[in-house]
Write a protein that binds this ligand. Sequence first.
Ligand code: PRP
Length: 211
Amino acid sequence: MITIALAKGRLADKTLDLLEQLGIDCSEVRSESRKLIFTTPDGSIRFIMVKPSDVPAYVEYGTADIGIAGKDTLLEEGRPLYEMLDLQFGKCTLAVAGYPERKNTGITRSHIRVATKYPNVTRNFFSSRGETVEIIKLNGSVELGPLTGLSDLIVDIVESGRTLVENGLEVLEDVCPVSARLVVNQVSLKTRQNEIKAIIDGLRELVEGKN
Ligand code: PRP
């Protein structure tokens, strides 16, 4: 049996669409159940439903053989995993955003404050340019940072751009593109090569066929 860690939330539906196109029965996973572990009727695949940011940990420790998570999460977690496939959905951009041209907010500080759900990505981004910033880790509604004066900037994902526009903010700089990725546990790739390869090859064909 192969265990797949599925990120609950914005990537879940499209992930299940793809797996169903491979002939994997995901009907129970789609039910509104509060269960967190599902096994397909043929017993070949077990799904564990995890918070997106926890997918890398489950895969690193081998609790899941395969995981599907956004590139943003993989970069932030920085865990040793094999990233095998860009699934080409969940596309968005990690970006630095704030008031246009760092509008004078009346705040005077000796350094820039950045609010983000991605402290590691943010630290790496600014330090690669020799800039030191103060990072404030938030868990959501990060746009409130500049709006309330908590921070000067944010680093966050931008999908449609609507949240920024409706809050008078804009992208100041792109950090990197993001999409859903399939990751594999390093040991599982060797010990369960055939089963894992069959899933990856099938998904690759589907994804490439769509482009
Ligand atoms: C994400 C992200 C932005 C928004 C971007 O938040 O953190 O706030 O979506 O999407 P948009 O460009 O299409 O407006 P999410 O909905 O995951 O909620 P959160 O703020 O609670 O993390």
